[in-house]
Design a protein around this ligand. Structure first.
Ligand SMILES: O=C(O)CCC(=O)C(=O)O
Length: 290
């Protein structure tokens, strides 16, 4: 597992997107799922949610709790919850093997732009869960314009058309950063600048990964089911290249040149995020909108 074929590498190079099934093992994802199962349970109890339904599976329970109290999602994102299991997952061998192939270097850092999304049915409209058309380059400062950043979008349950997988515009990355405007769901490609091509519908099974170039336009679609579309979106790039978020922590996840530089200390990551979040956000927005 974890090895991309020459054909897949060539496809990523031309399209700026690759939907790759079977990159990750069950064992890679199980700790993150267990960690968030624990976090959700603790949060539900802290909110005194009446009907806890402890026996519901991971792809159903959050929707049940969210229907009773939307505050269940507050503090759930990765930099707030800061689960040790998530920190470990950022070093996942199968994932980094693929990223190394795509970037052509074993010197890799994790960008601080990382999220978990538990999308349920009624999070309609432009939002963090139903993100409109955008390129990830639009949510970094221009200092990262020469950084090769790869987005890894991976579902923790099968992502389907019905539960709101992503739509993606292949072959557009070479046009560079398109004009974005602000909106409810964050930076959005200006209507007249959106390339008029047929989107790729990126349904992908649990264990698969959608790899995207930072200038590949993509959007999220609504969840029409009663289950939760769980996913992680992570970004990696060559060590020494600007992340475009200098006020947030990035760290080395893989290095052949200096293996001792790899950050394996959960406490250091935890503290770095706590300190970054305690400071006021910079005046200049992370979102490059007109
Ligand atoms: O998870 C989604 O549906 C959208 C994710 C996204 O837009 C991103 O990773 O940039």
């Amino acid at each position: 597992m974890g090895r991309l074929t020459e054909a897949q590498l060539a496809q990523f190079k031309s399209d700026g997107v690759l939907v790759a099934e079977g990159v990750l093992d069950e064992a890679d994802l199980a700790p993150v799922i267990a960690g968030y199962t624990r976090w959700i349970d603790a949060k539900a109890r802290a909110l005194a949610i009446a009907d806890l339904k402890e026996t519901l599976p991971f792809d159903k329970r959050f929707a049940w709790l969210y229907a009773q109290n939307r505050a269940i999602q507050d503090g759930m994102d990765v930099m707030n919850a800061r689960l040790p299991e998530f920190f470990d997952f950022l070093h996942c061998k199968n994932l980094l093997d693929a990223v190394q192939q795509l970037l052509g270097t074993p010197e890799l850092i994790a960008s601080p732009i990382q999220h978990i999304r538990g999308k349920v049915a009624d999070q309609a409209g432009g939002s963090y869960f139903n993100v409109p058309w955008h390129q990830d380059a639009a949510v970094t400062w221009e200092e990262a314009d020469h950084s090769e950043i790869i987005t890894c979008w991976l579902p923790l349950v099968d992502a389907t058309v019905q539960n709101g997988c992503m739509q993606i515009l292949p072959g557009v990355w070479e046009r560079g950063l398109l004009p974005h405007i602000g909106g409810a769901g964050g930076a959005t490609i200006r209507e007249d600048a959106l390339p008029k091509i047929e989107p790729l519908v990126a349904a992908v099974k649990k264990g698969g990964v959608v790899f995207m170039h930072k200038c590949t336009p993509h959007r999220s679609t609504p969840n029409l089911t009663d289950t939760v579309r769980w996913s992680l979106d992570l970004r990696y790039q060559p060590t020494g290249t600007p992340t475009g978020r200098p006020w947030q922590p990035s760290f080395v996840v893989r290095s052949e040149q200096s293996p001792e530089s790899v950050e394996t200390d959960y406490a250091a990551w935890d503290t770095a995020w706590a300190e970054a979040l305690a400071k006021p956000a910079p005046q200049k927005s992370a979102h490059r909108t007109m």
